[in-house]
Design a protein around this ligand. Sequence first.
Ligand code: COA
Length: 382
Amino acid sequence: MRDVAIIGVGMTSFGELWNQGIRDIFAEAALNAMKDAGVTKLDSMYVGAMSSGLYAGQEHIASVMADYIGQRGVPSTRVESACASGGLAVKSAFIEVASGMSDIVLAGGVEKMWDADDGSAILATASDQEWEAYHGVTFPGLYAMMARVYMDRYGLTREELARIPVKAHRHAINNPNAQYPHPMTIETVLKSSMVADPLRLMDCSPITDGAACVILCPLDRAGEFTKNPVKIKAIGAATGPIALHDHKDLTRLDAVHSSAQRAYNMAGVGPGDIDFVEVHDCFSIAEILVAEVLGFFEYGTGGKAIAEGQATYGGKIVINPSGGLKAKGHPVGATGVAQIIEATEQLQHRAGKRQIENAKLGLTQNMGGSGGSSIVHILEAV
Ligand code: COA
């Protein structure tokens, strides 16, 4: 297997992009990434999207996007794993480059969510139709059940939980692409409308339009394109039960655990070696559960540790320097790629005011649904 590097990144700003269609935002991100890498011709491409048909009325988007970005004729594949579709696109591109089949491969993700009227119902198609969605449960409701168990078992207070989105917004202030780059107070979180008890509006990632792309090539060719390539040191993917009631423990996300162990084993590193992480904080409780399963905090201690400042600059490990899904935004199919862009920019030391000093090894974790799939990437500055 060949070593694989990221040689270019590009994304749109995240938010309500009313003046652009799905192909426009994908093209903006893709052309930015190609410009960043200094390439004009791709050998292959992957497009991650959770539900372009339901959100934007457009299926067959792998071909649409190849054509629209001027790569007509290039093999292009759409991949889907709910909110982990972006991570899966990068994994698929990695395999194609690592195998020696292709050299210059684009991995992108996109979602245009604001155009649809029934966004919650579309998201719920990624939950279990027979056991959950049919009965009216949405993702905020599913994660609320996890939050209830965690808070009850470990004594996490509502105010401590509120400190997690407050931290996310503080990080997002320095991210020019974030949907909500403004400060947030604990009081605002606690007064925001109840969505699914105990989760309030400010505990939830928002509805977002956005696209993100990266360009991969063999590490031994990376010097032709950039002075500071980032190596994809390891990837771990796993599936888990789609329905929440099939989880052995609502506070332990098995797919995240398996995907992380695979990535740690492949990289030959452990949580203590990682300098920063981008995790799938689709709800405030998710950041805690994922941080614990990844091994950054003991089970049951992550909530209080993050509330006390252990997951921000100067703490044990910086979690979500980008602002995370909560404050940067969560255009579902694009999220996994955007996490990798944040990690790449941190490792290239071009993250501006968000820069983590001496960042050498970063980890990203991208989740599908309420733990039905998870993909972990470990990236290294070379
Ligand atoms: N942070 C800060 N402000 C936010 C916000 C957020 N996360 N989400 C919404 N807002 C603001 C909006 O800008 C809006 O402000 P305005 O009235 O000044 O325009 C206001 O809060 C209301 O937002 P709106 O989007 O109209 O709320 P909504 O009730 O339609 O939807 C949710 C709120 C939580 C139901 C919706 O965002 C949601 O479903 N989120 C979860 C998405 C999800 O499940 N993703 C998949 C995870 S696995």
